[in-house]
Design a protein around this ligand. Structure first.
Ligand code: ZN
Length: 600
């Protein structure tokens, strides 16, 4: 890069156009010393001594080593950057350009006393073409100041939190992973710190930086440097490819604090043989996390068998899990080994464990305790070595209270519970998930989609996602199908098929004054039909609500009944008609019946 190029302060470059200025950001900062509170808009802040943070940093480096500390602080900064980007998107004046929005991150950062606003050397951003290349300087970094004070001038960049912050801020603004790399730093003897921001895909060696966004197990290690100031090249990590970089078909993806905390637990427990219980709402990706445990375990190359306990009829459950001896019952012509024997040496994932019938619960308890069981109709005992991962979205303890679930089995399964957070509690992961899914479904459906428009991104970030990652994935897949090559997905392409998302999205956009701004909204001919359908559905719903004595349960019950009627009682077909999986519908039917509803 040519350092001699004009260095223009960010704000001046944008004179005239609506933008979020440093003073706008300041207006949102409120002090309430009487109550011990500082607010940046609706987020609580704290004012700390840079020196104390410096001491903490020094202690972390000495105890955890420089690499682990760098990772911790990068992720810490990333989280703060995501928070501030959400806030910036909320308070930006209508018509703010994406360039101005991105630059405003520097004002938040500066307001917090971290570093000067960036001086932009060059900035080329084209959301539709997927281009983002920014080179900037910053001055007065508190981070390299405390680092140099503790360790002297070294050979590596030291502004870890700040780089994490800028990455989080830009990723949230653009809806895809942007990696900021500090190529010059005061800790390397430079006068200022120089950074380059690019999409992760555009760095030939992104894994060098991505490694710091990955959570790794906390352990106290011998410090990997006596003098952290000694020149160190960026370490080339030989460990597995960063999860967040690619994330295969079933990979888990994220960088949020909530995600990292889950990954820490997974990395602790994976190498052991302990039974793991994955808890969390429907759609949070429990199966993907189970595969992640297997991938990080010593059984990575051994079988991984998945059983959805809610999808298998109660009468067949035992045969399914433990196998059948020939002629064990009418119709059991052939002997079948059962999932436990197939999984021998590997991992068995029991999803929706709360649906497991009582008799199978007893047998499962015995396998967990002794590894032994008998196939249906057999007297010979099999012994297997199977690691069990169970998952549920219901409160198992409540099921124990209702005598639907054995207490002894509950304790056996609950050795190492991991709560998978709902998507709304890991919003920082949305840009990463979005990027991954656009690529995945783009490949699957032969589309080259260029990200999403800002309105669309704002909705994706603001929505509550009751159906979690699964719902998010559906919305993106349908969006990709409706989308056009070389264009970003617009708001309408994403919401047209999800009436709840559509309603909440319109409300949020209205609040932000963005719905009337049609410049970035691309209504899609293909979505007109869906829009009509949504309108008809709205009218129908309004009619029902007007009658005032109809509850949601009755509506749900009626819909399920209608689907069963149309499917002539076939559960799988009825589920298809309702756009659900067989297991989901089975669960709902069970719930409806438990509430005393009759489906016939
Ligand atoms: Zn620096």
């Amino acid at each position: 890069m040519n350092h001699a190029r004009s260095r223009k302060p960010a704000a001046k470059a944008l004179a005239g156009a609506p933008s979020l200025e440093a003073t706008d950001v300041l207006k949102h900062l409120h002090f309430n010393p009487a109550e011990g509170l500082i607010w940046l808009e609706d987020r609580r802040m704290v004012l700390l001594h840079a020196e104390s943070i410096g001491a903490l940093r020094q202690e972390l480096i000495l105890n955890l080593g420089i690499e682990a500390t760098r990772g911790l602080l990068t992720r810490f900064g990333y989280s703060a950057g995501c928070r501030d980007a959400e806030l910036a998107m909320k308070i930006q004046p209508p018509g703010t350009s994406i360039d101005a929005l991105m630059i405003s991150g520097g004002y938040f950062h500066a307001l917090q006393g971290i570093v000067s606003p960036p001086v932009i050397v060059s900035q080329v951003v084209d959301v539709e073409k997927g281009i983002c290349e920014i080179e900037f300087y910053w001055r007065n970094s508190y981070e390299d100041q405390v680092h140099v004070a503790a360790f002297g001038i070294g050979g590596s960049p030291a502004c870890w939190m700040e780089v994490g912050y800028a990455s989080g801020f830009l990723s949230t603004c653009l809806g895809r992973r942007i990696l900021v790399r500090e190529v010059e730093c005061r800790d390397m003897g430079n006068d200022m710190c120089r950074c380059i921001a690019r999409p992760a895909d555009d760095w030939p060696d992104a894994q060098l930086d991505l490694a710091y966004f990955e959570p790794r197990p906390f352990r106290i290690i011998a410090p990997d440097v006596d003098a952290p100031s000694a020149p160190q090249p960026l370490p080339a990590r030989k460990e597995s490819a960063p999860r967040a970089a690619g994330g295969g078909e079933h990979g888990v993806i994220g960088a949020s604090v909530a995600f990292n905390s889950v990954m820490h637990k997974i990395q602790r427990v994976a190498p052991t043989t302990a039974t793991v219980l994955l808890l969390g709402e429907s759609g949070v990706g429990k199966s993907a996390f189970a595969r992640e445990i297997r991938r990080s375990s010593t059984r990575a190359d051994k079988p991984f068998i998945e059983v959805n306990c809610a999808a298998i009829p109660e009468a067949l459950m035992e045969a399914e899990l433990f196998g059948v001896e020939r002629g064990a019952y009418t119709g059991a012509g052939e002997a079948r080994p059962g999932r436990f024997r197939v999984a021998d040496g590997g991992t068995l994932f029991l999803d929706e464990i709360g649906s497991l019938p009582m008799t199978a619960q007893g047998k499962l308890l015995r396998v967990i305790q002794t590894g032994e069981f008998e196939a249906l109709g057999s007297v010979s005992t099999h012994k297997v070595d199977v690691r069990i991962i169970a998952a549920t979205n219901e409160n198992l303890w409540k099921a124990v209270g209702e005598r639907r679930f054995r207490e002894d089995l509950f304790y056996r399964l609950n050795v190492f519970p991991i709560q998978i957070p709902p998507l709304r509690e890991r919003r920082d992961d949305i840009p990463l998930l979005l990027e991954h899914l656009l690529r995945k479904y783009g490949t699957r459906h032969g589309r080259r989609i260029r990200g999403v428009t800002r309105q669309a991104l704002q909705i994706l970030l603001a929505y509550q996602w009751p159906g979690n990652v699964r719902e998010f994935e559906n919305v993106i897949e349908r969006g990709v199908i409706l989308g056009e090559d070389d264009r970003p997905l617009g708001y309408h392409q994403l919401v047209s098929v999800d009436s709840k998302l559509s309603a909440e999205g319109s409300m949020a956009l209205n609040e932000l004054g963005l719905l009337t701004d049609s410049s970035n909204v691309h209504p899609e001919p293909a979505s007109h039909e869906a829009a009509h359908e949504a309108a008809a559905l709205n009218a129908w719903a309004e009619g029902i609500v007007a009658r005032s004595n109809v509850s949601l349960d009755i509506v749900e019950n009626t819909l399920v009944k209608a689907a069963f009627k149309a499917a002539q009682g076939n559960l799988t077909k009825a589920a298809q008609l309702l756009g659900m999986t067989r297991a989901q519908l089975a669960y709902r039917v069970k719930k409806l019946e438990a509430d005393g509803a009759s489906l016939h």
